[in-house]
Design a protein around this ligand. Structure first.
Ligand code: T4K
Length: 404
């Protein structure tokens, strides 16, 4: 059941708009896209009939081939989820000591390092892109630094050229957390082909899901081979033949069946997301202090993230007040990635002053807002959401005017 944690304060905002929330059922960010259910059920039935449930089954192999075709990369190794894929990739590339990562990302990025005794060193972001600010990386490099992890936030690619040249100059490994960026490209090259390797997430909330799922994609055959061993306890060919240290990162057949079914509808999902994004663009046009993040028309995007920046001074209300107003209407907008990884544990305690040098991250985490999209969201929903945002900003202006 949905529990509104802000119930008390929400009641105040409800008074602005009326007694009842706009939606009786919550409208979520991250509501999964579901492909053809009948085809999925056929596949699930086939899995049960064939009695091959996991361990590199037919559907996992088919899913991996599908990802290879879309990315054009030589190798895809499907895994349990994006976090495990990142952890295994970090280990396979031999990262140690300190690794430079953006603070503006999901907890999984630094945790995948910390989990393995590697210290994430947080770098500030570029406010124009929300990605790691490559101009601030070199000042963080120490003798302990072994690598850089770029994160293509919202599916918008990092400055891969600059990151490569820094990594090369300082002899560092460069990998990407591309959890948001499946189906995206940079200058015509698909994400999945940058750095030593990239990881994708196929979690339920991603535009293309496998219930839970992830993958490492790379053009490095040696690395791919190592990762294949590592995700399967280090088992080599034949029986009882352990040739490497490893863990269990294997994707199940059920997840792969969902992944393949999602791949078949991938273009439809992107088309819906793009249409939704354009509705938002029109609906939010001209609202003071409300900026919708844009996507490059020259590249492929999955449009999975509808991201606003709320300038409190111009809008007359803060991002947090706006969120309360939307939540009061059961529009469950999210504050991704608040408060920034440098302010979550264990990083907050181990390095309490990091916030002093992450000025752009500090500013962005106070104003960013993620709105619902995907196949579960209609044009009418979007128009209502935009109307509520416009009304909230208008009301704030009226209140301000009436005070002077
Ligand atoms: N790197 C980056 C940059 C990432 O963003 C992520 C994951 C990863 C790495 C790691 O990949 P995975 O190991 O997850 O494959 C969600 C997702 O759980 C997480 O996958 C995602 N990023 C992150 C951005 O969002 P939460 O804590 O926000 O999840 P939760 O439970 O609050 O759900 C999010 C929204 O989705 C809610 O509004 C409810 C809705 N939802 C969720 C699920 C699971 C549904 O409507 N249906 C569902 O089945 O982390």
């Amino acid at each position: 059941m949905f529990v509104n944690k802000n119930e008390k304060s929400s009641k105040k905002e409800l008074a602005i708009f009326g007694a009842r929330p706009l939606y009786s059922e919550p409208l979520h960010v991250g509501c999964p896209n579901i492909g053809n259910k009948d085809v999925l059920f056929e596949r699930l039935n086939d899995i049960l009939e064939r009695k091959w449930l996991t361990n590199n089954g037919k559907y996992v192999q088919e899913f991996e081939s599908g990802i290879q075709v879309i990315t054009g990369a030589k190798h895809c190794i499907a895994m349990t989820n994006g976090t495990i894929a990142l952890e295994i990739l970090i280990r396979a590339t031999g990262l140690t000591g300190e690794v430079i990562v953006p603070s503006f990302t999901f907890a999984a990025t630094p945790h995948a390092l910390q989990w393995q005794g590697i210290t994430p060193i947080f770098c500030d972001l570029d406010p124009a892109t929300h990605n790691i600010d490559e101009k601030k990386i070199e000042e963080l490099i120490t003798p302990k630094t072994s690598g850089i992890i770029g994160v293509h936030i919202w599916g918008r690619p990092c400055n891969t050229k600059q990151l490569s040249s820094i990594a090369e100059k300082h002899n560092l490994k460069l990998i990407y957390d591309a959890a948001h960026a499946f189906g995206c490209s940079l200058n015509g090259k698909m994400i999945g082909n940058f750095g030593e390797a990239e990881i994708f997430s196929f979690h339920a909330t991603k535009f293309l899901n496998a219930f839970e799922g992830g993958a490492v994609v790379t053009n490095n055959s040696e690395l791919a081979e190592k990762i294949r061993l590592m995700k399967n306890f280090g088992f080599g060919p034949g029986f009882d033949n352990v040739v490497h240290v490893g863990t269990n990162g294997k994707m199940t057949e059920v997840s792969a069946a969902m992944g393949i079914t999602s791949l078949e509808s991938m273009n439809d999902f992107i088309a819906v997301n793009k249409k939704n994004y354009e509705f938002y663009q029109r609906g939010l046009a001209g609202i003071s202090g409300v900026k919708l993040l844009s996507y490059s028309e020259n590249d492929k995007n999955n449009y999975q993230y509808v991201i606003l920046e709320i300038d409190a001074a111009l809008a007359g209300l803060s991002r947090d007040v706006l969120i309360k107003i939307l939540h009061a209407d059961n529009i469950l907008a999210r504050r991704y990635f608040h408060p920034g990884c440098h302010r979550i544990e264990p990083y907050k305690s181990s390095s309490p002053n990091t916030y002093l040098r992450l000025t752009e991250t500090e500013a962005l985490t106070r104003k960013v807002l993620c709105l619902p999209t995907g196949t579960a969201v209609s044009e009418i929903d979007i128009s209502r959401i935009c109307d509520q945002i416009r009304l909230a900003v208008d009301c704030s202006e009226d209140i301000k005017r009436s005070m002077y």
